[in-house]
Ligand binder design. Structure first.
Ligand code: TMP
Length: 213
């Protein structure tokens, strides 16, 4: 079982293709951590700083059709660097558990795998741009296209509009990360919100069970 204090100062990321339900699960995980009597804060990447929200608007505006994967990568990285400095680093330093909605794993899957820049290129640029590339745990919520599409019954943003082939490669990118990195686990996200929440908690308990901090 997880010793309660083992989540203090931990950096956990929920990630996955558009429509996988990660924002809901990130929110539920943060609530669960608070219910254990610990401090938890949640942020979305890109966003949650004044500069980050403007960068987010640029990235997601369907009018910016000329924006290529290299510029995308640098913009996502810039928003992230700012979020780290303004919000994440102080929260971790205060002992809170930080629960992220996306992180570098998204750039690996989208710009690296689907955008063709390569996962290793993304990781190299992340290492040079950020104080921290890898969280303590990344939970990838895996959904097939049909399940994802059923959850996105609204107007699509620029990234969501990229088409079927692109999004198939995004999913493959996430699965590749889960295969190659121990601190990246993937869960079947086609189940109910409650069942998935239970699986997220189990993954968190299992990852941090050995921690005595
Ligand atoms: P969101 O809708 O989950 O907040 O994410 C915004 C969009 O940006 C989503 O389509 C995924 C995409 N994205 C990337 O392409 N690269 C990244 O590094 C991140 C963080 C998000």
């Amino acid at each position: 079982m997880t010793t309660p204090n083992s989540l203090n100062g931990k950096f956990i990321v929920l990630d996955g293709p558009d429509g996988c339900g990660k924002s809901t699960q990130a929110h539920l995980l943060a609530e669960w951590i608070r219910a254990q009597g610990l401090d938890a804060v949640g942020f979305r990447d890109p966003g949650d700083t004044a500069v980050g929200e403007k960068i987010r608007d640029i990235l997601l505006d369907p009018e910016h059709i000329a924006l290529g994967p290299r510029a995308e990568l640098l913009l996502y990285m810039a928003a992230r660097a700012q979020l780290w400095e303004e919000k994440i680093a102080p929260a971790l330093a205060s002992g809170a558990c930080v629960v992220m909605d996306r992180w570098v794993s998204s750039t690996c899957a989208y710009q690296g795998c689907a955008g063709g820049l390569g996962i290793q290129t993304v990781l190299r640029i992340a290492a040079d741009s950020l104080e921290r590339t890898w969280p303590d745990l990344t939970i990838v919520l895996d959904v097939d296209e049909a399940a994802a599409a059923a959850r996105m019954n609204r107007q699509l943003d620029r990234m969501e509009q990229k088409g079927r082939q692109y999004h198939q490669k995004v999913r493959q990118g996430y699965l590749e990360l889960a295969r190659n990195y121990d601190a990246v686990v993937h869960l079947d996200a086609t189940v109910s919100i409650e069942a998935l929440h239970d699986q997220v908690i189990a993954a968190v308990r299992s990852r941090f069970a050995a921690d005595k901090s």
